[in-house]
Design a protein around this ligand. Structure first.
Ligand SMILES: [Zn+2]
Ligand SMILES: [Zn+2]
Length: 318
């Protein structure tokens, strides 16, 4: 099988990758399109010491099982099926899980992949292939609303206007929150719903004078220096949501969190169902985030393009 193989920072196109082996209760999927995400770029830099085929944002066609012939997307965490977390239906936190294209599981930058059948969801016709590749990151963005109240009247600041920041802003706006994005690329305001405010320079310097602090601040930059500034932007008893992992440890003064009783909430993957629904009902306009498409054979150029400053989503097609 053709696909990308990552080993010690080197990404190569191979024609001899093993086919995903059919297993009971798993489905083999022919990949149609897959998105390059910041995590994939981090894996290439050595994050997780991952060896194998990366890629976890995909849409494809089920080749067997009950969804055979249907267009599908798939939740990326595959649980053991037996532990307390799995029995609660929460494979995302199974201690023995594998994660598609990230940990112990061959990913989507290949012709075919396999996932537990229960992880797969059929994609409605109203959702295009390009849009469907955003289900995974959009699900992660919508997951904020699973843990904290972000409905109408809640003032939210999204720190960062990269792919994840824009998706978080779309997700929070879709829930009716009052959203401001603090970013660095003024032209990205046009990608956001009209109700979302956009501000430049907010994260770089200490605000002059008192500012109207936010109920919720979402960290979506992955930049450790930004993290340290966030307690000054959230109101007392407000919430900071951490959506990104940083590759190096962060030093942060925790005293303001105690004094102002600020909640710090870690937030990772979300359920796919609400994300697919938001796309089908046109409540999240993600197609504008696609910067370029490449074939797998041009993966090197695709990764180089994705790594350029200011580039949003680059897609790969097997
Ligand atoms: Zn991703
Ligand atoms: Zn488990």
């Amino acid at each position: 099988m053709r696909g990308l193989h990552l080993d010690r920072g080197r990404l190569s196109l191979r024609g001899d990758l093993p086919e995903p082996s059919p297993r009971p209760d798993w489905t083999v999927v022919a990949v149609r399109r897959a998105g390059i995400c910041a995590t994939d770029q981090a894996l290439v830099r050595g994050y997780m010491d991952f060896v194998g085929t990366p890629g976890h944002e995909f849409v494809g066609v089920a080749l067997d099982g009950p969804l055979r012939g249907r267009r599908v997307v798939g939740e990326i965490n595959a649980g053991c099926g037996e532990c307390a977390e799995c029995r609660r239906g929460d494979a995302r936190h199974c201690a023995s899980r594998s994660v598609l294209g990230i940990f112990g599981h061959q990913g989507a930058f290949a012709e075919r992949l396999a996932l537990p059948t229960r992880n797969l969801l059929a994609v409605p016709d109203a959702v295009s292939d390009d849009e469907a590749t955003f289900v995974e990151p959009l699900a992660a963005a919508l997951h904020i609303a699973d843990d904290i109240e972000v409905g109408p009247g809640v003032r939210c600041l999204v720190a960062g206007d990269g792919k994840l920041g824009l998706l978080c802003a779309m997700a929070l706006a879709a829930r009716g929150a009052e959203v401001t994005v603090a970013g660095r690329h003024a032209e990205r305001a046009a990608l956001l719903p009209p109700s979302v405010a956009y501000r430049i320079g907010m994260l770089e310097s200490q605000p002059a004078g008192p500012i109207d602090r936010f109920d919720v601040v979402v960290e979506a930059t992955g930049n450790p220096d930004v993290l340290a500034r966030l307690p000054a932007l959230v109101r007392p008893r407000g919430t900071i949501v951490l959506k990104t992992t940083t590759e190096r440890p962060v030093a942060i003064d925790l005293a303001p969190l105690v004094v102002d009783e600020i909640r710090l909430v870690g937030s990772r993957c979300g359920r796919f169902e609400p994300a697919l629904q938001a796309l089908a009902e046109r409540r999240a306009a993600v197609a504008g985030l696609v910067a370029a498409r490449y074939s797998l054979a041009d993966a090197e150029s695709a990764f180089a393009h994705a790594a350029r400053r200011g580039v949003l989503k680059v897609l790969l097609e097997p």
